[in-house]
Design a protein around this ligand. Structure first.
Ligand code: MF3
Ligand code: CO
Ligand code: CO
Length: 484
């Protein structure tokens, strides 16, 4: 197609026109600048990519050997410098490729998805490839259409200010009798995930087909050593994502922004945000403030001083899911609510202490119930912990309440979550007309913590445990970890 040539020749793209010398040293940088001027005039084409560049391609730095401009042009051929290792294949014709699309490079697209064999091939594919850039950008920043008010820049502190219409009650809530003071707000369109990220089976149609096939199976699967290896790594990434998203929590921030941070952090780690389109859930993380028990949909309402908020993160990567959540305190939370939040953690901790071979799954609920009631709190019964691994939710079922009839006994290689939801008042829940948000029936607040656990030969491994803490027990609650 013609017309492609100039429509990307924005000034910022010409920044890419550069250097044939690798290295972080001053010399390389200088040379870069010199060349830049030259090339700006010349308007070159795709970038040559050596093996060495490929290594640093994802760090988005401009320090590696490259030579390029953003657009293919008819009267200029790219020069191949240092093309001795053509280990990449052209994304169009599959022939050996040494030239990289400069826009892809700038966007941080993985090298294998941005290589071309020739200038001609690059040119011939421009129309479709340009679409790919658009998709990639959208998925990294969230939906570009209808992003609320302010722009969606990349850092954590964009200071998004909702407009009046962002705060209007969505139509399904007109005349709805709320149980408490928290209100919904606008939910932005679903974010996209770039094509190089492997998706779970529900990503397209919202139906977790493989989970549903396993529904009748009540026996917890023993994970293979390879599954455990993958789970460990994905759990570590899940922890990083929760920590990153949790850092963005403060008075004034919206769930919408937290979702953007979580979505981006997940994709940057090569993962798929498991909540996204799971049974049609519209966002990448659950954000549950105050009387919301769980499954809060991130929206455009700012959190405020004195609120508590639970962030529930799940990532799918390498064929496995990792699931964890924490409740944060925003500013001056009153003492009773701090006590509630700590108790939710303590409930998780007493259960974690029981995890070892031969413990009955049903006994966890007894201990959790006791811990909650001794503090004057109640345990939610509708939502339970669950087996996790190749599926988001699978056997065993792990109720948190007393006198439950959960099936099964723990064995080495079982992986599951414990995630008690503790209410300040009545244990009963009800669901908002958005069909997701679970709230307390009396509007009193609810808190929760969740970790993914592995049953070892002798006890427990907290797979999603905090970085730098002992993995073989759940450490005591520390307010400073959660205070914002
Ligand atoms: N992460 C939740 C859990 O702990 C499940 C969320 S499902 C979603 O099990 F669709 F709401 F994301
Ligand atoms: Co869970
Ligand atoms: Co969860």
């Amino acid at each position: 197609m013609s017309g492609i040539v100039n429509d990307q020749a924005k000034p910022e793209d010409s920044e890419e026109v550069i250097a044939d010398v690798a290295g972080e040293n001053g010399e390389g940088v200088k040379k870069k600048k010199k060349k830049k001027k030259k090339k700006k005039k010349k308007k070159a084409n795709t970038t040559d990519e050596s093996g060495e560049q490929a290594k640093s391609a994802d760090d988005k730095s401009n320090s590696s050997k490259v030579c390029a401009v953003a657009t293919p042009s008819n009267d200029d051929k790219a020069t191949i410098e240092n093309a001795q290792v053509p280990e990449w294949t052209c994304i169009s014709c599959k022939k050996p490729a040494t030239m990289r699309c400069p826009t892809c490079r700038k966007l941080g697209v993985p090298v294998e998805l941005s290589m071309f064999c020739t200038q001609q091939c690059f040119k011939d594919n421009w129309t479709t490839h340009k679409q790919f850039h658009k998709m990639y950008k959208q998925s990294m920043n969230g939906a570009s259409v209808a992003t609320p008010a302010s722009s969606s820049s990349d850092d954590l502190s964009t200071g998004f200010k909702p407009t009046m219409s962002d705060l209007e009650l969505p139509p399904e809530f007109r005349n709805y009798m709320f149980t408490g003071a928290y209100r919904p707000a606008r939910v932005t369109p679903m974010r996209t995930v770039p094509p190089h990220i492997a998706k779970p089976d529900y990503a397209d149609d919202g139906i977790p087909h493989s989970e549903m096939r396993e529904r009748g199976n009540r026996r917890a699967p023993v994970r293979t050593p390879d599954e455990i290896r993958r789970l460990r790594e994905v759990c570590r990434l899940g922890r990083e994502i929760l920590d990153t998203t949790g850092k963005a929590v403060k008075a004034g921030v919206t769930g919408e922004e937290l979702d953007r941070v979580c979505h981006k952090a997940t994709i940057e780690r090569g993962g798929y945000p498991s909540p996204l389109n799971y049974h049609n859930f519209p966002k990448s993380v659950c954000v549950s403030p105050n009387e919301v028990i769980c499954h809060g949909i991130p929206n455009c309402r700012p959190l405020k001083n004195g609120d508590i908020v639970n962030l529930d993160v799940t990532i799918f990567k390498d064929g496995v899911h990792a699931d964890l959540n924490e409740t944060f305190l925003i500013g001056d939370v009153d003492d009773d609510h701090v006590k509630l939040v700590k108790n939710a953690y303590d409930c998780l901790q007493v259960a974690a202490n029981m995890v070892k071979p031969r413990t009955m799954y049903r006994d966890l609920g007894t201990a959790i119930h006791k811990k909650a009631v001794e503090c004057g709190f109640q345990v939610v019964k509708t939502y339970c912990g669950h087996g996790i691994g190749t599926l988001f939710h699978t056997a065993p079922n792990v109720p948190h309440y007393k006198k439950n009839k959960a099936i099964g006994i723990m064995a080495p290689g079982h992986t599951f979550t414990i995630e008690p939801m503790i209410n300040a008042g009545n244990w009963r829940d009800t669901t908002w007309p958005d069909n997701w948000t679970a709230v307390t029936v009396d509007g009193k607040w609810s808190a929760q913590y969740e970790q993914t656990f592995l049953v070892t030969q002798t006890g427990v491994e907290v797979m999603t445990g905090r970085i730098g803490e002992d993995k073989y027990r759940l450490p005591d609650w520390k307010r400073e970890w959660f205070q914002r």
